[in-house]
Design a protein around this ligand. Structure first.
Ligand code: SF4
Length: 487
């Protein structure tokens, strides 16, 4: 049964689709080999990355994530420092500790293949895992897809392959499937299953429930209330730790070669020391720069996004590239609302999760599938919904805020410079967090009635993503990625 809390998984930076998903897939591959007794027969493993994973995988750490997964690690608990060094560690003797139990040969140049010319028709983030015995015989072969937000889906070794710029033939892509992502069904136990924004609002009306109350009932249909609450508290704790780490990091530059500076620590020092600038007789210019709520929201978003870019522990929300937006708006609620409390945090996350579910089910949260509108746009919409809910918005006002949050991100392309989740991603999180808050201002001053529905905006996002050229979908072959010269 799908849980809306699956929209908030604890993982590792810098990318949910290119780091978290591939690690989960590699782990699933070795777990199934272990169950089938094949690990002992394996002397070598080859991994081939296709499509977007091959084009931007190096910058996103896909290779390191896959290697960590092959060693038996999972994103929630992997040692982030080990991950940063794993390629060099394995290169010392060209071996890898398969499933954590068997040291096998692993020559990075031979066994980690970036196929930049082909992609799998079903999804741009395809991976092929092959295991060989000592005589070079194939022991096992599996195809997996990283479908966004850290979610994976298994394919078959003979799945259709096409050229990197080819459009998938009709019916061959997951995007063609009716009803969206098959991994997003509520089980029969859920008392209030919904598949669209209009259904969600209608259910709330009919049963006199808020969106958060309705989602809570679904979540606790198969798990205890204590367990659900524990999971939510854990998500909130990791979000807070992430903001803290980002604000106090002693690293000055992000990894990857672009020499992008970490800005959150300096910004934090300045904001924290000048938080009362008007009273202290500072200029209005300083006040505008430093004392507005927006400056703090920027800081929260940059702190998380920089942690993500640095390969730190992160809550995927709903993806890693967009992971700064929801924590930034939630911290805004936490620090700037007088009556903020833990119950409000629960309401925020359950509501945001419900909206994220609609994006994942009916369109996509994968930048490689629909561009950045699917990542930052979805997160902006989710954050707007969460904030509207804790401000006492009706289900209609929450839906309105969520709709504004995505509408003005429609068409947003994914063009990360150098294939790194840094430019434009980090600042884009700050911009979208403030957009979400602004969306709430507009929605809460209305009565919830509006012309474009959230469902229409989500469908528009899906169609726009389908029409978007591949070079704007996490391939680093268009946009800023080609107009910013790399030194
Ligand atoms: S541009 Fe957007 S979708 Fe692309 S990597 Fe950055 S945050 Fe993700």
């Amino acid at each position: 049964m799908f849980s809306v809390l699956d929209m908030f998984t604890i993982g590792v930076g810098p990318s949910s689709s290119h780091t978290v998903g591939p690690m989960v897939a590699a782990h699933a591959f070795v777990a199934s080999m272990r169950d089938a007794g094949l690990v002992e027969r394996t002397d070598r493993v080859r991994v081939t990355l296709y499509g977007s994973l091959s084009l931007t995988g190096l910058g996103h750490g896909t290779d390191r994530a896959v290697m960590a997964g092959l060693e038996g690690n999972v994103p929630a608990t992997v040692d982030t420092q080990h991950m940063l060094r794993i390629r060099e560690t394995c290169a010392l003797d060209d071996t890898l500790n398969l499933a954590g139990v068997r040291r096998i040969g692993f020559d990075y140049d031979r066994d980690m293949v970036f196929d930049k010319w082909r992609r799998m028709a079903a999804h741009p983030n395809g991976m092929r895992f092959q295991a060989f015995d000592a005589d070079g015989n194939l022991v096992d072969e599996q195809v997996w897809y990283s479908i966004g937000g850290g979610f994976i889906r298994r394919g078959a070794p003979d799945d259709l392959m096409i050229g990197i710029h080819e459009r998938p033939p009709e019916g061959s892509s997951f995007a063609d499937e009716d009803g969206g992502d098959s991994g997003t069904d509520f089980g029969p136990e859920a008392p209030y299953p919904f598949s669209s924004g209009s259904e969600l609002v209608a259910l709330c009306r009919e049963h006199h429930l808020s969106i958060a109350e309705l989602v809570w009932a679904n979540e606790t249909a198969t798990r205890s209330a204590v367990q659900v609450r524990t999971d939510i508290d854990k998500v909130w704790r990791v979000m807070r730790e992430c903001v803290d780490h980002g604000c106090t990091s002693t690293e000055t530059v992000l990894p990857g070669g672009l020499d992008v500076p970490r800005r959150a620590p300096r910004m934090y020092e300045r904001l924290a020391s000048n938080s009362d600038v008007l009273k202290r007789g500072r200029s209005r210019r300083d006040a505008v720069l430093e004392s507005s709520d927006a400056a703090w929201v920027n800081l929260f978003a940059l702190a998380v996004s920089e942690e993500n870019a640095g390969g730190g522990r992160i809550v995927t929300a709903p993806t890693n590239g967009s992971a700064g937006i929801i924590p930034a708006v939630l911290h805004y609620y936490w620090h700037f609302m007088d009556d903020a409390n833990e119950e409000g945090v629960v309401t925020f996350l359950l509501t945001a999760g419900a909206i994220g579910y609609l994006f994942k089910r009916n369109a996509s949260i994968s930048g490689a599938e629909v561009g950045c509108q699917g990542e930052v746009g979805s997160a902006c919409s989710m954050a707007a919904a969460g904030l509207a809910a804790v401000l006492g918005g009706t289900p209609e006002q929450v839906e309105n805020a969520a709709e504004i949050g995505i509408e003005h991100n429609l068409g947003l392309t994914c063009d990360p410079v150098g294939g790194l989740v840094q430019i434009p991603c980090i600042e884009r999180n700050a911009m979208a967090a403030n957009t979400a808050i602004n969306a709430v201002r507009m929605a809460m001053l209305g009565d919830g009635s509006h012309i474009v529905t959230l469902d229409q905006a989500i469908e528009t996002m899906r169609e726009t993503g389908e029409d978007m050229m591949a070079k704007y979908k996490e391939t680093s072959k268009g946009g800023l990625a080609v107009n910013v010269v790399e030194c």
